[in-house]
Write a protein that binds this ligand. Sequence first.
Ligand SMILES: Cc1cc2nc3c(=O)[nH]c(=O)nc-3n(C[C@H](O)[C@H](O)[C@H](O)COP(=O)(O)OP(=O)(O)OC[C@H]3O[C@@H](n4cnc5c(N)ncnc54)[C@H](O)[C@@H]3O)c2cc1C
Length: 349
Amino acid sequence: MNAPVATHFREIPYNYTSADDERVVRILLGDDAWQRLHALRDRRVTGRSAKHLLRFVGDLFLVRRNPFVYQDLVASRSRRKAFLAQARLELDTVDAHAQADADVDVVLARCREAWQDLARELGWAGLRQARIRVALGAVVGPDNVAFDPFTLTAHATDATDWRLHLPLCVAFPTRESQVAPLLAAIARLKLKAIPRGAATGLTGGCVPLAADCVMVNTERLDAIRGIAQVQDAGPDGAPRTVSLLEVEAGVITEDAIRYAEHRHHVFATDPTSAWACTIGGNIAENAGGKTAVLWGTCIDNLWSYRIALPTGARREVRRVGHPLATRAGGPGWRDELQPWLDRAEVVTF
Ligand SMILES: Cc1cc2nc3c(=O)[nH]c(=O)nc-3n(C[C@H](O)[C@H](O)[C@H](O)COP(=O)(O)OP(=O)(O)OC[C@H]3O[C@@H](n4cnc5c(N)ncnc54)[C@H](O)[C@@H]3O)c2cc1C
């Protein structure tokens, strides 16, 4: 019953997402319902029942995808009742006109389950949000946990513009030390955490693929701690002095570039999105840029990073015997770059 059906129908009303009818029905009603609904397509006579059914699915999808409507139904019991009554009426109308048909019976049963799930969820959502705010707010402060529709909409996608689920909420840590306990608190709530820098990513890395994701927005972790000179042994064991720029994950890449430049160093990770993207996103995506041919990509210039795991454990990852961008360019590259090297020293972060 789960074999894929090659279609891209878009008959469901109010669906302005990247999902076609198949995707929407599979998400809301399950794989089985999609197969049966698809089989029913060829047996339509007037199409009236299909219209009611698709309107029901569209209504449900809209509530789940539009945080303004969702929050409104959470906040207003009377509007919630009116909406649910209207949705049930659509199903009752289909039921009243249905001939005896196993496919129709199953699809209607799935629709009624989905209706009940949504009714239950909307009834509890206010309390659930309050509990999440208390749990995550204990780490980052209640004002730094957002459920408002504007924030949720702004965190629904990245530069791919791919949209499936909205985040459940968005947390804004303001100190690096909050990140590990925040992730642990999210895990205790059995929710999923998605780190997010500036969302300029082109891989969909911070697009929620499930309904229970908490977005961890790092934009307030924007401290640049300065350039330090560190004594180290190179890959050949010879002692050397390395210039390190220490930054927090949410620092905008261009700010790091400017900071290094003003101190006569080169910060060598320069994606075209540098004016917006963050260091955390650069590391996660191993970003490269215009000078990648000279200096390599992000990882070639990354000395170490601290990371919090989903369990709340912390790790520090440090590259041993770092070649310091000498991987780039191949033999003789240093001669070609000498004029550059005379003017500036590459800073590693
Ligand atoms: C106009 C434009 C130009 C671009 N040019 C380039 C280019 O020249 N070179 C290039 O390589 N890319 C480029 N990109 C892609 C993108 O900008 C880079 O991948 C950038 O590194 C993403 O950074 P971000 O802060 O926006 O990350 P986000 O998009 O927010 O996140 C990207 C991924 O990193 C993860 N992540 C973010 N922060 C953290 C963190 N603190 N800890 C753990 N994981 C984290 C996210 O979960 C996600 O998986 C471009 C994109 C655009 C829109």
